[in-house]
Write a protein that binds this ligand. Structure first.
Ligand code: EPU
Length: 422
């Protein structure tokens, strides 16, 4: 297995292309199940989660042709098998996004319960309750959710809390339900808004996606679509944190600046300069970094998916910052690893008190989730000596060639075989 070797090498300079958004591409791939014809997705990032979703769609009976950055999905000649097996759901929780489309289109879905994951318990009760409100009969057997409904019917559904994939699952189900569905207390993430755009292209009538109330007028049948996915705000935010930590001047090509507002506000407070440059975003840090407090919140708050990377940056800022995680109960797994690199972090419950240090020192580290792994790469960019980030498969789930993109702006970073590493 490979690892990423990174060594502190001074400021970064140059251009980094930002790819398509993973968390927009995953639900949109699942939305292809709502129609029969051939759909074309463009600007799809080359990631392991995209491969896993493609494998799942193939298992269900679809033809999927991946030629990055394009993916074409069409109906295979055989019947659909409306079942998402444990083996695939275990690898990627977002597999639960086939539940809504399958029951809406085929009247039945059997999807493995995802169970907990490294960052928390992550139940799917809101997905299930919403589908029940749309008229599905749901039972749990042998670790699977089985949902059945001859035809879903529009309803008013109030989420107990905003859930991103929960909102997306119900939007897709409602797109083929009879009549009007109103979803209240929805997730407002840009990826939810993007799914709304795609469902509208398919012929559903979706209003309010990106706000907390979404109204969907279901259609009897939906059309295939051709769609270019929005840029990945978390990938762009990760590179912002890299420049924040290492210093320098980098142009993030096609970074979705409007979607990044809550991150940009905090970056600027910390002394990172961010400005729009045509359709790109310029990120510079020439002055010392200042400590800034951050509390994660659903969009438009500070994203939980940027907490670990921001913390890596705060490890080398002047002063003490207080970072509070409110979305997932176990999302500080990078803390002990950052401490092994010389960071000064004290956690109490969901809050981390980070006291900036003059420098970090390279170490062999590993993390158990995607964003935590990204934070270790960022720490490695400012550490003295070699940092070896293990379990690269976490990074490959959500970052396309992170080492090549960072090497392109002058970082001393490479993918190396793990054999023989200290
Ligand atoms: N929740 C419930 N019940 C539910 C659904 C969610 O209690 O039925 C809770 C969760 O346990 C969590 C909170 O609600 O405490 C919010 O979770 P949400 O459902 O919004 O998360 P998700 O849809 O499973 C997506 C992203 C995550 C991102 C979160 C929060 C995708 C495929 N995944 O997950 O992305 O952290 O929203 O923004 O869109 C990542 O990319 O690294 C990643 C983990």
């Amino acid at each position: 297995m490979d690892a990423i070797r990174v060594r502190g090498n001074g400021p970064l300079s140059g251009r980094i292309p930002v790819g398509g958004a993973k968390n927009a591409a995953l639900p949109i791939l699942c939305a292809t199940l709502l129609s029969d014809g051939a759909s074309l997705l463009r600007n799809v990032p080359g990631l392991r989660d995209i491969e896993t979703t493609s494998a799942l769609l193939r298992f269900l009976g679809r033809d999927v042709a991946v030629a990055a950055p394009e993916v074409r999905v069409s109906a295979a000649s055989g019947p659909i098998r409306p079942e998402a097996p444990y083996e695939l759901v275990r690898q990627m929780r977002a597999s639960v996004l086939v539940l809504g489309p399958l029951v809406a289109r085929h009247g039945r879905a059997k999807v493995s319960l995802p169970g907990g994951c490294a960052i928390g318990a992550r139940p799917i009760d809101q997905h299930i309750r919403g589908l029940e409100a749309l008229g599905a009969t749901i039972r749990v057997e042998h670790g699977y959710v089985v949902a059945e409904a001859p035809r879903l019917k529009g309803a008013e559904i109030v989420f107990d809390l905003p859930t991103v994939t929960g909102t997306e699952n119900l939007m897709m189900a409602a797109a083929l339900a009879k009549g009007r569905t109103t979803l209240v207390n929805c997730a407002r993430e840009p990826e939810v808004e993007e799914l709304g755009r795609v469902l509208n292209k398919m012929g559903a009538k979706v209003e309010g996606a990106g706000t907390d109330i979404i109204v969907i007028h279901g259609a009897d049948a939906l059309d295939p679509f051709d769609h270019a996915i929005i840029s990945d705000r978390i990938e762009a935010g990760t590179f912002m944190a890299a420049v924040g930590a290492a210093g320098g001047d980098v142009l993030l090509e096609h970074a979705p600046i409007d979607d990044l507002e809550p991150v940009i506000v905090k970056m600027r407070q910390a002394g990172v300069e961010v400005e729009r440059d045509g359709e790109h975003m310029r990120v510079r840090r020439v002055k010392p970094l200042r400590a800034v407090d951050v509390t994660t919140a659903p969009h438009p708050g500070f994203p939980t998916d940027m907490q670990a990377q921001f913390m890596a940056m705060m490890c080398v800022a002047e002063g003490q910052s207080v970072l509070t995680e409110t979305i997932f109960e176990n999302r500080f797994m990078h803390v002990p690893e950052l401490c092994r690199m010389g960071a000064d972090i004290d956690t109490r419950g969901h809050t981390a008190f980070v006291t900036g240090v003059k420098g970090l020192s390279g170490a062999s580290v590993m993390a158990t989730d995607l964003r935590a792994s990204a934070s270790l790469v960022i720490a490695g960019l400012v550490a003295e000596g070699d940092t070896i980030v293990r379990r690269v498969y976490h990074l490959d789930r959500g970052y396309e060639h992170i080492e090549k993109k960072l090497a392109g702006v002058g970082a001393d970073i490479a993918r190396v075989p793990l054999e023989g590493m200290p």
